[in-house]
Design a protein around this ligand. Structure first.
Ligand code: BT5
Length: 273
């Protein structure tokens, strides 16, 4: 629990009791405000915090995306949380992890809201082409052993369009904008954690079948895409995703396996193959 003296935004004991999880959220660290739940989770993971430890904040002052990009995490509106995994994945599976998490999130959201959600390689969940959720997986390992993995999830829940900075309004939205009503953040969190707990903490094996969910939800798979790596561009057919979570790109008869850390798909550069 937060050591701050102000009242926590949710009662941590109540939340603990309401969680329908075996491992995820046990223990639970709840903050009104924090720099980044991923940073805090990594710090306590280095000191031995167990798998399943959850760090949740109402607001982040330095929420992060990949490559140090900023993640907007205002109070009252979203679910910003991170959890620790340890033996649940191997170093080889790291690239796959954001896709499996994304597949699990899409499955849960589609079940809850009865509408289609999509994914964009490697770590975005979208609705109507706009980003509603980002996933940031970070790991510390001493090859071939994983010391810890921190999975960070940022889900926009109750923002209205003008709650987003102007620069994001074209590409970002919240679940409440999609559903045209305000949503119960806590109920949503409890459902989401329940399904992540069942999928990722009930055995020491990763639910690789969730990759199929991810593929089903990926609008770009099978299409011609353009990938960006710094100022370089690479166009080809998005053939598949490898068992390591690499994007398999076909250019003529040449097949490339591309890692998410280095490439991202250009927006508005997708056409039918
Ligand atoms: C991501 O990075 O999408 C991963 C975001 C992970 C955030 C969670 S919140 C809990 C945990 N603690 C953290 O500090 N982080 C994790 P990336 O693919 O690099 O996308 C970042 C880009 O998304 C930014 O450059 C913006 O363009 C856009 N963006 C920023 N905030 C957004 C928001 N709230 N909703 C939609 N898009 C956003």
């Amino acid at each position: 629990m937060s050591r701050r003296t102000e009242k926590p935004f949710w009662d941590p004991d109540e939340l603990r009791n309401e969680l329908a999880t075996r491992c995820l959220g046990r223990p639970l660290h709840l903050f009104n405000r924090i720099s980044s739940t991923n940073e805090f989770a990594k710090r306590i993971a280095r000191r031995g915090a167990p798998a399943g430890t959850l760090v949740l904040a109402d607001a982040q002052t330095s929420g992060r995306g990949r490559h140090g990009r900023r993640w907007e995490s205002p109070p009252d509106h979203g679910l910003w949380f991170s959890f620790i995994m340890r033996s649940q994945a191997t170093a080889k599976q790291l690239g796959l992890l954001p896709l499996l998490i994304g597949g699990a999130i899409v499955e849960e959201l589609e079940g809850l809201f009865d509408r289609a959600f999509h994914v964009k390689w490697p770590n975005d969940v979208l609705s109507g082409g706009k980003k509603i959720c980002g996933i940031l997986c970070e790991a510390q390992f001493t090859p071939p052993t994983i010391d810890y993995i921190v999975v960070g999830i940022g889900l926009n829940v109750n923002q209205r369009l003008d709650d987003f900075p102007a620069a994001l309004r074209e590409n970002a939205q919240s679940l409440s904008m999609v559903m045209e009503k305000s949503l119960d953040r806590k109920a949503l969190l409890i459902r989401l954690l329940g399904s992540l707990d069942r999928a990722f903490f009930s055995t020491d094996r990763l639910p690789v079948h969730k990759l199929q969910l991810w593929k089903n939800a990926c609008a770009e798979l099978g299409k011609i895409i353009t990938l960006r790596h710094g100022s370089e561009h690479m166009t080809g057919v998005f053939e598949n995703v490898s068992e390591q979570g690499e994007l398999v790109l076909r250019r003529g008869s040449v097949i490339h396996h591309l890692a998410a850390a280095e490439f991202s798909i250009e927006k508005k550069a997708v056409t039918s193959a």
